[in-house]
Design a protein around this ligand. Structure first.
Ligand SMILES: Nc1ncnc2c1ncn2[C@@H]1O[C@H](COP(=O)(O)OP(=O)(O)OP(=O)(O)O)[C@@H](O)[C@H]1O
Length: 237
């Protein structure tokens, strides 16, 4: 997936301006950064949720444009922050609407097998996130965007979700771009990390270096007001 010159926002001034990034097939890239850095805006702009976003987005050489449903037909999968299930419909109905096989989903997450007739809104937070992730995976996207999957979930559940994402990226050769607030989770799952600050990428590093360079990453998290000038220079250089 290749993104060039992404510019997006909500009012007059853009939140993200002229952003370039790329994710290779089979690669997992994590976007980190403090609250308000522009992480979700970036994902929403790539997916078409923000209709006035500008920039060129290609997946496997194919140009993406138009609203989210059109982009998802063009091989882009999306799981946004918060639970994105139809709460009143059963797990089986949620999967049917997405055109996804329940057998395939329960192979990925066997725990959903016992809950197949239950309204999705009655599932635990972790189960809902499993359902959202499995639904996206089973639609066979070429690129997958995931926003804060770990939000509000127990570590054991997060480990299951990230293990599934790793397997999926490797075995299906899919480009995964995920927003993750926790450095430890990003270090476990990502091949590469992009640290955003004030709508731009302030630091790019291999996922394997995230733990040892945690202080540098955190300096960018604290951003201008919290970080000393020396922190800023170290973080950017
Ligand atoms: N719907 C909206 N209307 C107006 N401004 C918004 C809207 N959503 C986000 N913003 C603003 O855009 C900026 C970037 O927000 P964004 O949600 O992209 O940040 P983020 O890095 O994902 O933060 P978080 O980790 O808190 O989700 C923030 O200043 C935020 O207040």
């Amino acid at each position: 997936m290749d993104v060039r010159g992404l510019t997006a926002g909500y009012g007059h001034a853009p939140v993200v301006e002229g952003l370039d990034l790329s994710v290779a097939s089979g690669e997992i890239v994590s976007v980190l950064g403090r609250n308000g850095a522009g992480k979700s805006t970036t994902l929403m702009a790539i997916s078409g949720v923000l209709p006035r976003a500008k920039g060129a987005i290609t997946v496997d050489g194919r140009v993406l444009s138009g609203p989210p449903h059109k982009r998802s037909r063009s091989d882009l999968g999306l799981v946004l922050e918060g639970r994105s299930v139809f709460a009143k419909l059963s797990v089986a109905q949620n999967l049917k609407i997405a055109g996804v096989s329940a057998d395939e989903v329960t192979e990925i997450f066997p725990e959903l097998g016992k809950r197949i007739g239950v309204p999705a809104g009655m599932l635990s937070g972790g189960e809902q996130q499993m359902l959202s992730l499995a639904r996206a995976i089973c639609r066979r996207p070429k690129a997958l965007l995931l926003d804060e999957l770990s939000f509000g979930l127990a570590p054991v559940v997060c480990d299951r979700l990230f293990e599934t994402i790793r397997d999926f990226a490797r075995t299906s050769n899919v480009a995964v771009l995920l927003v993750e607030q926790h450095i430890a989770y990003a270090a476990d799952v990502a091949d590469r990390a992009l640290v955003m600050s004030e709508g731009r990428i302030g630091l790019e590093l291999p996922g394997a270096e995230l733990r040892e360079r945690e202080e540098e990453v955190e300096a960018l998290y604290l951003g201008g007001p919290g970080a000393t000038p020396a922190d800023q220079v170290a973080a950017e250089g």
